[in-house]
Design a binder for this molecule. Sequence first.
Ligand code: AHG
Ligand code: MN
Ligand code: MN
Length: 331
Amino acid sequence: MSITTLGQFIIEKQQDFPFAKGELSRLLRDIGIAAKIISREVNKAGLTQILGEYGSVNVQGEDVKKLDIIGNETFIWALEKGGEVCIMASEENDDVIHLNGEYSKKGKYVVCIDPLDGSSNIDVNVSIGTIFSVYRRISEPGTDADVNDVLQAGNKLVAAGYVVYGTSTMLVYSTGKGVNGFTLDPSIGEFCLSHPDIKTPEDGKVYSINEGNAGEFPQGITEYLKWVKESDKATSRPYSARYIGSMVADFHRNLLKGGVFIYPPTAKAPNGKLRLMFECIPMSFLAEQAGGLSNTGSQRVLDVEPTEIHQRVPVVMGSKNMVEKVLEYMK
Ligand code: AHG
Ligand code: MN
Ligand code: MN
């Protein structure tokens, strides 16, 4: 048989890190387990009345859907049980989450999650996702971890990835040695390697931005958007607009096909909408690992020093040449 499961792949790759003791491998396995459970819940959402608003408002001031809560609890459960993680931060929680598993205090790792990305698409059966990132803790294992263990720049990442719940469920991740994608085979309940060593095209003809906000964009973006609509065979223009409203799904399409994803500053949201720790850092890491770029407009996203777990930053990410073009306009 020629399939490679996620579990087999993680163990094989452990050899890339000669001093690895298997802790990160176990952590990645736990993330895979959480992903399968969330995938099951997402798939039956329409059947079991878990669609819809949960009735509460999250820390970002947005309505929380039940699946956000399920995703959050599932991740916390899996990582607490696994014991490799001492502290977490989630888009759904105001503060950091101290894990209380038997071994958590000794855990060497820190995890940030957006348990359910694209929640406005849940009710309408459109692709959604989960985003995760992994750091090594700064504090001594065995002591109490705190928010400083979480507030690390993206250039310190150990691993990051996402799960996209689409026509099939896929898990895409990187430990800093390229990007690999796995498709969930529901018949055996395993993620199987389907997209080894993903390289994103250097060029593309898709731009993804919420153009409904056009009246609020900085001038550079407005001019770029004029440029993408001009006809020019040599540069494949006009480009195509594609915007799902689930960052994970928009990113995934652009990663495979080429494209640029932009969430610029707007008059209403001067730092854009997307969260540095939960969305921008992990996706930027994957973009770069696949040969693409990611920038805030003034600096590499992975070099932003976070000061607050729910901090937002503008982002331009995707195919190398396309990002560079946007940055030229933003100058
Ligand atoms: P979340 O569902 O985790 O709150 O994230 C939604 C994000 C992101 O997935 C998407 O790209 C963006 O919000 C869409 O925002 P706009 O509706 O402002 O375009
Ligand atoms: Mn999100
Ligand atoms: Mn979310």
